[in-house]
Design a protein around this ligand. Structure first.
Ligand code: ZN
Ligand code: ZN
Ligand code: ZN
Length: 285
């Protein structure tokens, strides 16, 4: 499958995080209705045996390198609505483990800690300085089909936390690639991240071996030790679909308040109305 150079990405998620008894997985696992098994190897590797992986010669890189020499995502902080898709070198590539196009696959590099917040239940913070652009952690869990997402959301009450995230990637021909991930029952530390209307992390889909993207969280700014880590559940750029006075979801359930404390706080947590009302779902082929 080909992906356009210009892809605009938006993400939606629903409510605050609280601790649950669940299984830990560092990587996505296939859940009910998943079209693609996230553990399946989809992409051919590059053949950079003698030369480093560079744009022009490496088939894993399009126009630009994904990361700079200090492992920072190059595209981070460009205040555009569009993001280029990131493909890392994979298990079939000829290059070594030291290749600069292998970052997310190396896993956690910073000391993170789950802690109890004042109003938001559990949260995740860093114990060390994280420079802007560095990979922080993944949001990993069960990869679901749309029907299963709707089924799980319908079962929720106001007291339940919702961890399901929908990532929509808009491909060059108008096609939309949707990925649904639920870390509630099987997931990683990503589930402890709280929403903020002024977050310090940005979620970027990164593909390594599989067409199913890793939902990789990168530092959107320099982050100091002890700072809580957060991201915008609705995606950084498209928070506009929520208006402050919409206090009820499409299904009549009340919306959850946001306690992020940011100046620009939208008062309620974002939600994805298309997950409640199938008619609002964008065309997917
Ligand atoms: Zn290569
Ligand atoms: Zn490669
Ligand atoms: Zn490589």
């Amino acid at each position: 499958m080909r992906i356009a150079k210009e892809v605009y990405l938006f993400f939606h998620m629903l409510s605050p995080v609280s601790i649950l008894a669940s299984w830990y997985t560092p990587d996505h696992v296939a859940g009910p209705g998943a079209d693609t098994d996230p553990t399946q190897i989809t992409f051919p590797g590059c053949s950079c045996l003698q030369t480093p992986c560079l744009p022009g010669t490496c088939s894993c890189l399009r126009n630009k390198e994904n990361y700079d020499a200090n492992l920072r995502l190059r595209a981070i902080g460009s205040e555009t609505e569009r993001a280029e898709p990131v493909f890392e070198c994979n298990i079939l590539c000829q290059c070594s483990d030291q290749c600069k196009n292998r970052v997310v696959q190396r896993g956690l590099q910073f000391h993170l800690q789950v802690f109890k917040t004042e109003k938001k239940g559990w949260g995740l913070r860093t114990l060390e300085f994280i420079p802007k652009g560095r990979f922080v952690c993944e949001y990993a869990g069960e990869v679901l089909g749309f029907a299963e997402v709707q089924r799980r959301i319908q079962l929720q009450t106001i007291h339940d936390s919702n961890y399901i995230i929908a990532v929509r990637e808009h491909v060059y021909n108008g096609q939309v690639i949707e990925t649904f991930v639920d870390p509630a029952h099987i997931g990683n530390i990503g589930r402890f991240l709280n929403h903020s209307c002024e977050p310090n992390l940005l979620m970027i889909p990164v593909r390594i071996d599989s067409m199913v993207p890793k939902l990789a969280l990168f530092a959107a700014k320099d982050i100091l030790p002890e700072e809580e880590l957060s991201y915008d559940y609705s995606g950084r750029f498209l928070n506009l679909m929520d208006s402050k006075n919409k206090e009820r979801l499409g299904n009549g359930k009340p919306r959850k308040p946001c306690y992020c404390g940011a100046k620009s706080c939208a008062a309620f947590l974002p939600y994805d109305s298309s997950l409640y009302c199938p008619s609002e779902k964008p065309n997917v082929s």
